[in-house]
Design a protein around this ligand. Structure first.
Ligand SMILES: Cc1cc2nc3c(=O)[nH]c(=O)nc-3n(C[C@H](O)[C@H](O)[C@H](O)COP(=O)(O)OP(=O)(O)OC[C@H]3O[C@@H](n4cnc5c(N)ncnc54)[C@H](O)[C@@H]3O)c2cc1C
Length: 229
């Protein structure tokens, strides 16, 4: 896989632990919505999903990074990034794709696991996808609802987009489903067998969701798991 050399366009701290990173798009780099890149930062690489859709990425590539409060290889590396800093990455990686799919699409994510779906849904809406698109997002508290303005815009602009927010640690004023994504799925009555399901989050979350979908009669060929850790 090719190495690409570029520079940081912007590293903005949205909160103390949340960084929006923008890189200048290196010459010759292209990707499909939902893919990720890896920074080579020592003994293990660290992967980050491109949140911008391909049509938005001619000049720059965007990422959203939730820093590990305890520190870590990726966290320490991201914290060194400032405008103009040179970086090298490999990619693009990832096989999860909506290409060739028609009919209802159901995206299920937890926390920052939603990152690849931002690019994918944005791409679909931009291309005028006709089928229903649902995003079921699980968060702990409201501060993990990283893309709230994007969802509001999509709900207001695209009739086929449905957003379901589920919180396991809701504040009193929270409007949405209280519990976990899996709690929501256990009582859901709209899980169509012909829909395609995309799942992104921790390994435990992904395998629990997959089992729930299989027991709800969804064929395994209609379930795609993102490589997200
Ligand atoms: C496909 C993919 C896409 C991702 N996209 C995003 C994103 O868009 N935004 C975001 O905030 N995070 C993303 N992550 C998670 C990110 O790569 C880091 O794993 C996470 O931020 C952990 O941070 P850290 O390195 O600071 O912590 P650490 O404590 O150093 O790592 C956390 C744990 O993950 C393990 N780990 C992580 N990556 C690897 C690897 N490549 N090989 C072996 N072990 C590994 C470490 O060994 C450790 O156990 C993604 C992960 C994957 C796999």
């Amino acid at each position: 896989m090719q190495n690409f050399h570029t520079t940081v366009k912007e590293a903005t701290y949205l909160t103390g632990l949340l960084v929006k990173l923008t890189l200048n798009t290196p010459k010759g780099f292209s990707f499909t919505a939902g893919q990720y890149i890896e920074f080579d930062i020592g003994k293990e690489p660290r992967a980050y999903s491109i949140i911008s859709a391909p049509f938005e990425s001619t000049d720059s590539l965007s990422f959203l990074v939730a820093l590990n409060p305890a520190g870590g290889l990726g966290t320490n590396f991201i914290q060194t990034l400032r405008q103009g800093v040179p970086v090298t990455f490999r990619g693009p990686f990832g096989f999860i794709t909506t290409q060739g799919r028609s009919g209802p699409l159901y995206f299920i994510a937890h926390g920052i696991g939603v990152a690849p779906f931002i690019s994918m849904i944005s791409d679909l809406l931009h291309k005028g996808y006709q089928g229903p698109i649902t995003l079921l997002l699980g968060i702990g508290s409201e501060e993990q609802n990283y893309f709230r303005q994007t969802y509001t815009h999509w709900v207001q602009t695209f009739f086929q987009f449905t957003f379901i927010l589920v919180s396991s640690r809701p504040e009193p004023k929270f409007i949405g489903f209280r519990g976990r994504v899996t709690t929501y799925l256990k009582q859901a009555t709209d899980l169509l067998p012909q829909a395609t399901y995309f799942v992104s989050g921790s390994q435990d979350m992904k395998s629990e969701v997959r089992n729930l979908l299989l027991s709800a009669g969804i064929p395994s060929s209609n379930i795609q798991l993102e490589a997200f850790l």
